[in-house]
Design a protein around this ligand. Structure first.
Ligand code: ADP
Ligand code: MG
Length: 399
């Protein structure tokens, strides 16, 4: 689960991380009011979307030479002008894709007098099964580019979960940033607090780009991109409330309401599968047969009629879907029950695209019988390979 920059900063501030003052704003008036509460004379007007690269982004509705989604303002009038430019418009950045994201919120914050920009992030590293801390002197830039062009400027530390982030780890980080004296001490304090926040709130990622050194010798967090482990949000109700569903894919939001694991993809074959492993295998075999999946969808172990119906509806909302492949293993749920669910759901949603169904498991013969006697144009398949070939043939007929 992702949150906005201003929310991430408010959260990190609670852990004592040094953050410039700032306020969120939903309208131009609120933006100006927010600026009035800040000391000035330098303000920063920042578009709040769940994507990075805002500074170098472009607004679709503005001339190509207009400034991006993070702008400095030297007066309240400038704050007003920038807020007017941004709110309601669509910001396209390297992370949003071509469609961009509409800016509905702003963050008005104190401008910092920057001496140097650094990069610092914490993330769950599955390879080492530890939290990794990545630091670089090359802040304010796209870290993938730094990793590609000058990998020697990136230092990765893995944190031992038994000790947590130690003084020695913190010192390695400040040394990698080439900081000394009081600046090094501030940076060490910052990484310790960030790690504490990371663990305490079940973050998956916390990217500070840039962390800065100001002209008056302070270490500050100027940008924060934070993602949490969605499966841990039940124990952080306050954080779960920060979720902004308008930033998420509507189909994925709907799927989460039904407890379906759904990810939209670019292909034309809708997939309905139970179990993440089977879903992965199904997507692989579709690709192997020359087409692409329109989604990843795991309806879970107990594929009930309600879930199957909801899943059909979500898949069918995607106009790219030219056919659906149902691949369900009846273990916890028997095949005849699943077949009943598929038939009922297909009738309810008025299925308009070819449907290939592969059932396997307990009571499979009864299940197949229910499908063949349903009167629906369901194409039965015997195994995964057969199913993939059949759905690919079906969508090619349509196209
Ligand atoms: P993004 O990464 O989405 O482009 P950032 O918050 O990192 O957005 O802002 C882009 C750049 O704008 C930063 O690298 C920094 O140079 C500048 N900037 C951001 N916030 C401030 C601030 N409070 N004061 C001064 N400059 C800032
Ligand atoms: Mg940034």
């Amino acid at each position: 689960m992702n949150i906005h920059e201003y929310q991430a900063k408010e959260l990190l501030a609670k852990f004592g991380v040094a953050i410039p003052a700032g306020y969120a704003a939903l309208s131009v008036e609120e933006a100006v009011e927010a600026a009035k509460r800040l000391p000035g004379p330098l303000y920063v007007v920042k578009s709040q979307i769940h994507a990075g690269g805002r500074g170098k982004g472009k607004f679709k509705e503005l001339p190509a030479d207009a400034k991006g989604g993070v702008r400095l303002a030297f007066s309240l009038d400038e704050v007003r002008a920038h807020a007017t430019d941004m709110l309601g418009n669509t910001l396209v950045t390297i992370q949003t894709g071509e469609a961009g994201k509409q800016v509905n919120r702003l963050y008005i914050t104190d401008g910092a007098d920057i001496e140097k920009e650094f990069y610092l992030s914490l993330l769950v590293d599955r390879k080492s099964s530890r939290v990794a801390m990545i630091v670089s002197t090359e802040g304010g830039m796209d870290i993938e580019t730094v990793a590609h062009d000058t990998p020697e400027k990136i230092t990765t530390l893995t944190i031992d979960p038994a000790t947590g982030l130690t003084d020695a780890d913190a010192k390695k980080a400040s040394a990698a940033l080439k900081l000394e004296g009081d600046l090094a001490a501030q940076a060490e304090d910052t990484v310790k607090k960030l790690y504490e926040a990371f663990i305490a709130t079940d973050m998956e990622m916390c990217e500070i780009n840039p962390l800065v050194q100001t002209k008056d010798g302070k270490i500050l967090v100027l940008d924060a991109k934070v993602a949490f482990d969605g499966n841990a949000m039940f124990r952080h109700k306050d954080i779960a409330e920060l979720r902004d569903v308008t930033e998420e894919d509507p189909a994925e939001v709907e799927a989460s309401e039904y407890d379906l694991a759904y990810i939209k993809l670019d292909g034309n074959i809708g997939c309905m599968v139970n179990g993440a492993g089977l879903a992965m295998a199904t997507m692989d075999i579709i690709k192997l047969n020359g087409e692409f999946p329109a989604n990843f969808l795991d309806v879970g172990g107990g594929a009930s009629k309600e879930k199957v119906t909801a899943a059909f509806k979500i898949i069918l909302k995607d106009p790219a879907v030219k056919g659906i492949l149902v691949n369900i293993f009846g273990g916890i749920m028997k095949c005849d029950i699943i077949a009943d669910g598929i038939v009922a759901a297909a009738k309810e949603v008025n299925l308009s695209v070819p449907l290939v169904v592969r059932l396997e498991g307990t009571n499979v013969e009864q299940g197949k019988k229910i499908l063949s006697e349903s009167g629906l144009a369901i194409v039965p398949a015997n195994d995964l390979g057969d199913a993939a070939k059949k759905i690919v043939a079906e969508v090619r007929k349509v196209a």
